[in-house]
Design a protein around this ligand. Structure first.
Ligand SMILES: [Fe+2]
Length: 298
């Protein structure tokens, strides 16, 4: 059995070589080891979800009927998800350029990795995998306010592409594009990927990077080494981050309506030129990401 294991999947390598970004989920290719890895990841983290995840996420897990013993079929997930918020998980072969990613969100598609991490590396891997995308992200997409927020991110990217493409001087265009993409990537990171939310007197987790990490979901709420601050848009867009260790700084939102209003504000800032020169530093904006905004069409 060839398997669909992160960085070791011939099916994915072939799709990438052929330039196929959007693919299907060849379910028969999953190995028994892939199913075992999924089962271990899921059953290990379950009890921490109950303790630390926000209630909308827990509702989402129940509403999606996520399979805990085998790798889920994307088709099955979409059958439950689509009627709720119009969102679908859309299998991809790997990295999606920034604009294309946000544009998928605008159309209520969520680019989803279909490979499962190696069973010997359940704790840490730098690449995205299906457990992160499907167990960490997708349950949040069952909530209307959260789903609408993702669409607003897509609309923000669309406004950004129009602002960028209007510029005549190619040097200025490039400099501004890098800054705007950085601002959007940082804001997405500190919310959708690593956000915390107030829930009564406590804090709960809603960021998918935290929801899919057995270690960090507890560390982020319990460790005295983590700084947790009420989110401020101007801070989040200027704050660099590193991806290879637990996050030392996290931002807290009040509700998903609050998050929606912040993305709304960010979209205005993009149009008004307020994120044209954010602080330098991570994340790096690749040529592919840059070109995706420069060449985006309507
Ligand atoms: Fe993610």
């Amino acid at each position: 059995m060839e398997g669909l294991t992160t960085t070791k999947a011939p099916f994915i390598e072939k799709a990438q070589k052929n330039g196929e970004r959007f693919i299907h989920q060849p379910y028969e290719l999953y190995s028994e080891e892939n199913h075992k890895a999924w089962k271990s990841l899921y059953n290990r983290i379950r009890e921490r979800w109950e303790k630390y995840a926000n209630p909308k996420f827990l509702e989402g897990v129940a509403r999606l009927n996520l399979d805990s013993s085998r790798v889920p079929r994307i088709e099955d997930i979409n059958k439950f998800l689509k009627p709720l918020t119009g969102f679908s998980a859309k299998p991809v072969s790997g990295y999606i350029p920034a604009y294309t990613f946000f544009d998928c969100l605008r159309n209520r598609d969520f680019p989803t990795t279909i490979t499962v991490r190696d069973i010997s590396k359940l704790d840490y891997l730098p690449e995205p995998d299906m457990f992160h995308d499907v167990a960490g992200h997708v349950p949040m997409h069952t909530d209307k306010a959260f789903a609408d927020t993702l669409v607003r991110f897509g609309e923000c990217a669309h406004s950004a592409s129009l602002v960028i493409q209007e510029l005549k001087d190619s040097e200025i265009q490039k400099q501004r594009a890098v800054s705007i993409i950085k601002a959007m990537a940082r804001f997405f990171w500190f919310t959708v990927e690593f956000g915390l939310i107030r829930s009564g007197k406590e804090l709960r987790v809603y960021g998918s990077g935290l929801l899919s990490s057995y270690g960090e979901i507890e560390h982020c709420l319990k460790s005295p080494d983590v700084q947790r601050y009420p989110i401020q848009l101007e801070w989040a867009v200027n704050q660099y981050f590193e991806i290879d260790h637990y996050q030392p700084l996290l931002f807290v939102i009040d509700s998903f309506d609050h998050l929606y209003s912040l993305v709304d504000e960010l979209e205005k800032w993009v149009r008004e030129g307020r994120v044209n020169s954010v602080a330098p530093g991570e994340p790096n904006v690749s040529e592919l990401d840059l070109q995706s905004f420069l060449t985006a069409k309507g």
